[in-house]
Design a protein. Structure first.
Length: 379
């Protein structure tokens, strides 16, 4: 085996995702120090064929727009990391876009929203898959008919077209967007129409893009893409090809870890006053050891009455809502990476690290430290 391999990692317009993919490839270098990584920004992708002809690149990882474009690069091992289109000729590691849609649907339903819409990016396979997952999760849920979901499958170039579409939604509404870029456009459209986000229109995007949230002017609820895990898995597939694997084309699907609930959608609609008061109290006291019977006494109802009202309003028990909100907070704090895990547990109401670890492992299937390693960006 050569003493050193040069691996080109392609950066495309989805810069946040490409950056995390690159980090995942670099993670792989910790175990495979015979690789060198060559980052190629989108503006320099035209250099790739020349580098390949000169024997300066041994493998390529990145977003491939088509099988024909992949074939044009010749026989060098390649691994695709996006679902812009359906790639069949080379190995791929892609995010589970159906699961992204399911997370968005479950979020809206849990917040009491029944008037729902979707704004996509026409021509992208991932956009259609996210819509499919969204509709499948809505099927038969709480009286929501997926066929009744308003759809704008292509973000219009003319601002008034998006404005007209949003103005026609029954409110309060929840709008799932194919990306944070689309979510940003939807928030800006709501602002032009004088519609409050999230009270009138709750918005959820995909990608956890810092810049899109900045330009939206509000923290965006979003499903982070597992780019780092995509990169590490892509590097593993590429290593096998470089080592001589000649088997069939492989396709690895990586699930998203969570939906981060932020200001653009963090409001619960359609609940009665007792449930609304309880939700506000729960959110402000997640660091405490909350008991359902104490919550019922605080709002002057019996425990059974409180549980019945929660089930009617949200479809889950008060204890289930406390667990859900603690888990959301834990995932956000772990992704941020600035707090020790012991402190994350305390802020979620667990004084003992063992209790927090057991809770998190039960809900997520992995320990808090493992989740942080998989999900958190590098500082």
């Amino acid at each position: 085996m050569p003493s050193s391999r040069c691996i080109a990692v392609l950066f495309d317009a989805q810069l946040d995702l490409a950056t995390e993919v690159h980090r995942g490839v670099v993670d792989y270098l910790d175990q495979h120090t015979d690789w060198q990584v060559l980052p190629l920004p989108a503006a320099q992708e035209d250099r790739l064929p020349e580098l390949l002809r000169g024997g300066m690149v041994d493998g390529v990882i990145g977003s491939f727009v088509s099988d024909s474009w992949a074939a044009a690069l010749g026989p060098v091992p390649r691994v695709n990391t996006s679902s812009l289109s359906t790639i069949r000729s080379i190995d791929s590691v892609v995010v589970d876009d159906h699961a992204i849609g399911r997370l968005a649907a479950e979020h809206f339903l849990s917040n009491g929203l029944r008037s729902l819409g979707y704004v996509g990016l026409g021509g992208c396979v991932y956009s259609a898959a996210r819509l499919d997952g969204f509709l499948a999760a809505l099927g038969g849920s709480a009286g929501v008919d997926g066929a009744g979901v308003a759809r704008l499958t292509w973000l219009p170039q003319r601002l008034h077209e998006l404005d007209d579409w949003l103005a026609g939604l029954a409110r309060p509404a929840g709008v799932f967007c194919a990306s944070d870029l689309v979510a940003r456009a939807v928030v800006q459209s709501c602002r032009r129409l004088g519609l409050s986000v999230p009270s009138a229109v709750a918005v959820v995007g995909v990608g956890d893009s810092y810049l899109d949230a900045v330009f939206a002017g509000i923290p965006l609820s979003t499903v982070p893409l597992p780019g780092r895990r995509l990169g590490a898995a892509a590097a593993e597939l590429l290593a096998a090809r470089l080592a001589g694997y000649r088997g069939p084309v492989r396709r690895v699907v990586v699930a998203p870890t969570c939906l981060l609930s932020r200001s653009s959608s963090s409001v619960v609609h359609g609940t009665d006053e007792v449930v609304s008061g309880c939700l506000a109290y729960i959110q402000g006291h997640l660091h405490e050891w909350l008991r359902v019977d104490a919550l019922a006494r605080r709002f002057s109802v019996s425990r059974r009455t409180l549980e019945m009202r929660f089930q009617a309003a949200l479809g889950r028990s008060p204890a289930g809502e406390i667990r859900r909100r603690r888990l959301d907070l834990a995932r956000q704090l772990l992704r941020d990476g600035s707090l020790p895990i012991r402190e994350v547990g305390r802020r979620c109401g667990y004084l003992e690290p063992q209790q927090f670890s057991a809770f998190f492992r039960t809900q997520m299937g992995l320990a808090p430290r493992q989740y942080r390693q998989q999900a958190a960006p590098e500082p």
